[in-house]
Design a protein. Structure first.
Length: 128
């Protein structure tokens, strides 16, 4: 057991988030999981890609109720990273399992915009 937590929970969250989350009182917080998908897009397709990302964001945030964002690279103009933040491993595992037809259609459409390097996936699990 770690000595730096007050409740004995290995993934206890501290700060404002912990004090505002009444539902977690007396329970160990599950570690959050972040999935990132990074890729470069074809420069000539940038405007169309940006329209698609707006649809993706609206779908994943408003319809699927996911914590989803798209970031552009600061150095590489046509590099983008999609990020899903799941509250726990179960929610992370359900990202693919619960895709509906609209989700699949939108994500499949990305293929025409991505350059030859493809997509790079990274999964991060909260430790502190």
């Amino acid at each position: 057991m770690r000595s730096d937590t007050t409740s004995g929970c290995p993934n206890e969250r501290s700060g404002p988030q912990a004090t505002n989350d009444v539902s977690m009182k007396g329970q160990c917080a599950m570690p959050r999981v972040i999935l990132t998908i990074t890729y470069n897009i074809k420069a000539e397709k940038r405007a169309e890609y940006l329209k698609l990302t707006q649809k993706l964001k609206e779908h994943f945030v408003n319809v699927r109720k996911k914590n989803y964002s798209v970031f552009k690279g600061k150095v590489k103009k046509n590099q983008f990273t999609e990020m899903f933040v799941s509250e726990n491993e179960e929610d992370y595992e359900a990202l693919d399992d619960n895709l509906n037809e609209d989700s699949e259609t939108l994500t499949r459409a990305l293929g025409e915009f991505i350059d030859g390097e493809g997509m790079k996936y990274n999964t991060l699990v909260e430790t502190v």
